[in-house]
Design a binder for this molecule. Structure first.
Ligand SMILES: [Zn+2]
Ligand SMILES: [Zn+2]
Length: 94
């Protein structure tokens, strides 16, 4: 999917890191017949398509996000350190 959530992403090919809006989007020039053309997220630095990893949602953290969780009714991606899972006494969040 090419719709990026507002977040920081890092190119796994060249380590370029940028916020959602700075990534290029390229429409598939040869979509399958009868299908909407796919839109690829492309690194603006090395042009690698779909080679991004999401970074931790914590503003000061640049670890790759490995843990998705719902926090305050919003889905967040965080690194394991900032993961909301299993925090004791966190009401209503699993
Ligand atoms: Zn890149
Ligand atoms: Zn983190």
């Amino acid at each position: 999917m090419a719709e990026l959530e507002p977040n920081w992403y890092r190119c796994t090919a060249c380590r370029w890191t940028a916020h959602t809006d700075d990534w290029d989007h390229v429409t598939d020039p040869h979509p399958l017949p009868g299908q909407e053309p796919d839109v690829w997220v492309v690194c603006a630095d090395c042009r690698s398509p779909e080679q991004y990893e999401i970074l931790c949602d914590d503003p000061d953290c640049i670890e790759p996000a490995t843990c998705g969780s719902v926090h305050l009714q919003r889905f967040r991606w965080t690194c394991f350190k900032h993961c909301e899972h299993g925090e004791e006494g966190d009401p209503g969040v699993r």
